[in-house]
Design a protein around this ligand. Structure first.
Ligand SMILES: [Zn+2]
Length: 46
């Protein structure tokens, strides 16, 4: 496994607690039940 530079890949790091969208990586207030921004949520869970 190579270390890709994908923004959401940092969520694999337990020390990374920045609240950002897990899909697009944009800083956004997310929750454990919805770890993505509103736009990605509508796209994924429509
Ligand atoms: Zn998003």
């Amino acid at each position: 496994m190579h270390d890709h530079a994908l923004p959401w890949a940092r969520f694999n790091n337990p020390g990374y607690k920045e609240k950002v969208c897990h899909k697009c990586g944009t800083k956004h207030t997310t929750t454990k039940t919805r770890p993505v921004c509103n736009d990605c949520y509508k796209t994924y869970y429509r």
